[in-house]
Design a protein around this ligand. Structure first.
Ligand SMILES: Nc1ncnc2c1ncn2[C@@H]1O[C@H](COP(=O)(O)OP(=O)(O)OP(=O)(O)O)[C@@H](O)[C@H]1O
Length: 250
């Protein structure tokens, strides 16, 4: 079997008495979309923050490309290509869409080229930014200020910024939220192709999107993985149906 790019082993985190991540084992293989689903407050976002290095784990290990990265900070992890999708809250509203993506492209070039950073030209960054905007269908909105973009466009801009970072894996926290039916359908098509470039760990409440996209689904309830399988396996899993899908399993 192909070696996973990302591997979490016995990962645990508590806020006081609340165990948000309880001995979680999870991996992400090349080319796959692994969805993480679960009810509100199950600990999905916390798990992504642990992987990105925004939160420090209490116990367990994170391996990325076979190397243990548990003790690395967020910036060092980003340098290895492990970064989570930007969030609307981290966009710079006064900058244009292109300006925001240039910012992400610059961060990537700096981390890759290190001491050559002074020779990174605006032309390179504009090229990188326009390419990423074009891929998410925002090229004609490049010069528009973020504050004037619709919510759906801001969500696509987050993805463009992630693309400009050229990560080795994508960590996505509810990318479909607020996109509307047409926007979601377009993003589903895009993510479906994106997985061949870099695998995606996907948190998503839109179950239609999850069942359509995910190669594997892990179900998190109260910080614990209670089930893992393909879309069909999860759809028909009795414990999942009661605990999460809100159905009577009987
Ligand atoms: N910094 C923090 N300090 C204390 N408690 C926190 C902190 N961050 C999250 N929590 C709590 O941890 C639990 C898990 O939160 P988390 O955001 O990871 O869940 P989630 O599954 O992503 O939820 P949602 O689907 O609603 O986004 C929640 O009860 C939340 O209130």
């Amino acid at each position: 079997m192909t070696e996973p790019v990302l591997k979490l082993s016995g990962l645990s985190k508590a806020f006081g008495a609340l165990k948000v991540t309880d001995a979680v084992d999870l991996d992400l293989r090349p080319g796959e979309i692994h969805a993480l689903i679960g009810p509100n407050g199950a600990g999905k976002s916390s798990l992504i923050k642990l992987v990105a290095g925004e939160l420090a784990a209490d116990a367990g290990a994170i391996h990325f490309d076979g190397r243990e990265i548990s003790d690395l900070d967020q910036i060092s992890r980003a340098r290895f290509g492990l970064t989570r999708t930007f969030q609307v809250s981290s966009l710079i509203p006064e900058f244009s869409a292109r300006g925001n993506v240039m910012f992400a492209a610059q961060a990537r070039r700096r981390s890759v080229f290190g001491f050559l950073r002074q020779v990174i030209s605006d032309k390179d960054l504009v090229g990188d930014a326009m390419h990423a905007l074009d891929r998410v269908g925002l090229a004609d909105r490049a010069a528009v200020r973020v504050s004037e973009l619709s919510h759906g466009e801001k969500r696509l801009l987050e993805i463009a910024m992630a693309l400009a970072m050229q990560p080795r894996i994508f960590l996505m926290d509810e990318p479909m939220a607020g996109l509307g039916q047409e926007g979601s359908a377009r993003l589903i098509g895009f993510l479906d192709k994106l997985r061949s470039e870099a695998p995606i760990l996907l948190i998503e409440h839109d179950m239609e999107a999850v069942f359509q996209l995910a190669d594997r689904i892990s179900v998190l309830v109260s910080g614990r993985i209670i089930a893992r399988g393909t879309a069909d396996e999860i759809r028909n899993h009795p414990e999942v149906r009661t605990a999460y899908l809100g159905e009577d399993a009987a």
